[in-house]
Design a protein around this ligand. Sequence first.
Ligand code: SAM
Length: 248
Amino acid sequence: MSDVTRRELAYHEKLYSGFAQRHFARPAVRALRRDMVRRILAVTGAGPRSRVLSLGCGIGDTEMLLAPHVAEIAGVDLSPAAIRQACADAQRLAIANARFVEGTAAEGRYDIVIAIFFLHHLSDPDLESFPARLRDLLLPGGAFYSLDPSCRRLSGAIGRRLIPGMMKRYQTEDERELNPEATAALFTRAGFSARTSMYDFGSSPLAGLLPGWSFGYRLARAADGLILRTPLARYGSNFEVLATPPSK
Ligand SMILES: C[S@@+](CC[C@H](N)C(=O)[O-])C[C@H]1O[C@@H](n2cnc3c(N)ncnc32)[C@H](O)[C@@H]1O
């Protein structure tokens, strides 16, 4: 295990020992997760026959919302605490088509692979080699979808000025905001067709900051819909990569 992976593991074991479970259950975060699922379904074309893999699934709260819409979903995460929670929740909610596995590598082949706030936690070498690894996980005609913070995000620049301590507390030592175009280029270089788009402007950071205020989140999400059609989109918070594999 690399030093980065070791530090990620230590941080997330702590995060998933109670705080994440409470935070992710708050109404604005739940609303954000529901929006994410709608977006994943719309952009990837995932449906009732799709086999889906989620890399870095955490406690699986997005995956549990996605499960009713797809044939099956498998989640993989480095953190044993996260996987224990995800398995317990799947059982409690009687979600039979979701399974969660501890580790850094996935097995099998899937129609859709998703990576929600995952790529920006990988070390540079692991990020560079990620598209080549992904090729072995995707079935022909499949799709990959990721969501990560943008290095141009205005919310990050403001947060670093106004609430630097809080920003640090909620971030691992090694994670960093990614350049959308450079990230998409990693996939293109590996033979994928890849495009990037901005997911939001202020709504996800607001949900993180004020997780109890779902009305505020809804307003921010509606405002995002307008802002993302303007040049300000360039300074949005989180970007998506949609990549489709080369035909063999
Ligand atoms: C920011 S969290 C996102 C979790 C989840 N997708 C979500 O949206 O809440 C990043 C996740 O990636 C996991 N992770 C970090 N490095 C990993 C690796 N090399 N392999 C598998 N999981 C990893 C961490 O344990 C953590 O759960």
